[in-house]
Design a binder for this molecule. Structure first.
Ligand code: HAM
Length: 408
């Protein structure tokens, strides 16, 4: 787990703000689920996933309840829906930290942030298109260019079940030739064997049955409609039949956004899909659902690599240098801030030279200086810090003067 220090922290805040702008413009409203939930909420993500079996931060609280820090937020959104029964379609977005006990490395952390959207109550493939398009638009708003969209469908639950059995038979026939890890995975979830990057597994993955051969007519029609919609919006995508995603709740459409600059183990910038049975599993009515989550930490690494969406320190308008005791600076900074002009100051009654050094370091556009003479005359000196002549003006004109200069 790590600290996000300034000025990087400011970039995180802007990231969330840009995301909120994109999705609020499409009718999504924010849901703020708790960080901690009953463990049972998250075990619905699937008992064959590492997220549930190996990576959960779960413990017994003082009331002897088994609870866990959320590893993601889709399950919480569905739990919230089942609990509050809002009218559908329920279009929500969220942001915030998640916790997974993973092996930390660049782009993979035990506490990481996500922004995401979820829609409950709509079966229409045009919603799949909208959801994917919003993710795409957000990457564009950040200025990222090297993002690839991978798309697949896992079919209806019956299709998926038949496909899983076909995969099981196929991989079992490989026997000992399959890597040991994949043999373990096979026992729990044959789909995830398709994710293996290990060399001995590759020939068997290549020759594995294809999901498309198992689609029912409905599943095939839904998937076709999604592709037609994405083409109509000029969103480029690649159908990747081996894309399975790491969580068990998915049905039908699934997708992943991959970054072009990251290592393949950490190049998923975001992902999502349909999870039509999850609300029901959490005690609610049968409700279709779809959404995505985008990893903030990882997407910002991609931004660094591509040189977009920079971290900028906020620009101060004024730095008040007060060499007559510090009270003048207290009043002036308060007045400036109240007028919407950002202002900082020096403390501890330091020398003019020391305070001017601070003013310089602060990056402020102007130093506002109050010396003995100005104090006596009711004036201030305004010194532009990035070139230009200094002026002495009546104190009462300070705000008007700076407002005018900063607006021009
Ligand atoms: P996920 O694929 O597990 O999906 O996570 C989504 C994104 O979160 C990943 O693509 C990645 O960018 C980021 N991420 C995941 N784990 C880590 C980590 N340890 N460190 C840094 N970043 C990480 C979900 O969480 C689903 N809830 C997405 C979803 C929403 N599906 C439907 N609705």
């Amino acid at each position: 787990m790590r600290d996000i220090l300034p000025p990087e922290s400011g970039r995180w805040r802007r990231f969330t703000a840009v995301f909120a702008d994109v999705v609020e413009a499409a009718g999504y409203q924010q849901l703020i689920p708790p960080l901690l939930e009953d463990l049972g909420v998250f075990t619905r993500i699937g008992d064959a996933t590492d997220v549930v079996t190996k990576e959960m931060y779960d413990f017994v609280d003082k009331g002897k309840r088994r609870v866990a820090l959320r590893p993601e937020q889709t399950a919480s959104v569905c739990r919230s829906f089942a609990q509050h029964r809002p009218t559908v379609p329920w279009k929500v977005f969220y942001s915030g930290p998640n916790f997974r006990y993973e092996k930390p490395q660049r782009g993979r952390y035990r506490q990481f942030d996500q922004v995401g959207i979820e829609v409950l109550g709509v079966d229409d493939p045009m919603l799949d298109v909208e959801v994917i398009a919003l993710g795409w638009e957000f990457y564009r708003a950040l200025g990222l260019r090297q993002v690839t969209l991978q798309l697949n469908s896992l079919g209806e639950p019956d299709d998926r079940a038949r496909y899983v059995e076909a995969l099981r038979t196929h991989f079992e026939a490989a026997g000992e030739q399959l890597s040991e890890q994949s043999r373990n995975t096979l026992a729990k979830n044959p789909l995830r064997v398709l994710d293996s990057k290990r060399e001995p597994d590759q020939t068997f993955i290549e020759s594995a049955p294809q999901i498309a051969d198992f689609y029912s007519d409905e599943a095939a029609a839904h998937f076709d409609a999604v592709q037609v919609g994405l083409r109509a919006l000029d969103i480029p995508f690649v159908v990747e039949p081996k894309l399975v995603r790491g969580l068990d709740y998915y049905r039908r459409t699934i997708f992943e956004f991959l970054g072009g600059t990251l290592d393949s183990a950490q190049n998923a910038l975001g992902g999502g899909g349909r999870y039509d049975g999850l609300v029901e599993a959490l005690g609610g009515p049968a409700t279709p659902g779809i959404g995505f989550a985008l990893g903030v930490d990882r997407t910002l690494i991609a931004c660094d690599d591509e040189g977009c969406f920079d971290a900028e320190a906020p620009q101060l308008v004024a730095f008040v240098v007060d060499v007559v005791g510090g009270l003048e600076a207290a009043v002036l900074t308060t007045d400036l801030r109240a007028a919407g002009l950002s202002a900082d100051r020096g403390y501890d009654n330091r020398s003019m030279k020391a305070q001017m050094k601070l003013a310089n370091r602060s990056g402020a556009s102007f130093a506002v200086i109050v010396g003995e003479q100005e104090h006596a005359d009711g004036t201030v000196v305004i010194k532009p810090m990035h070139g230009g002549d200094q002026v002495t003006i009546p104190r009462s004109e300070l705000i008007a003067h700076l407002s005018e200069t900063t607006n021009s």
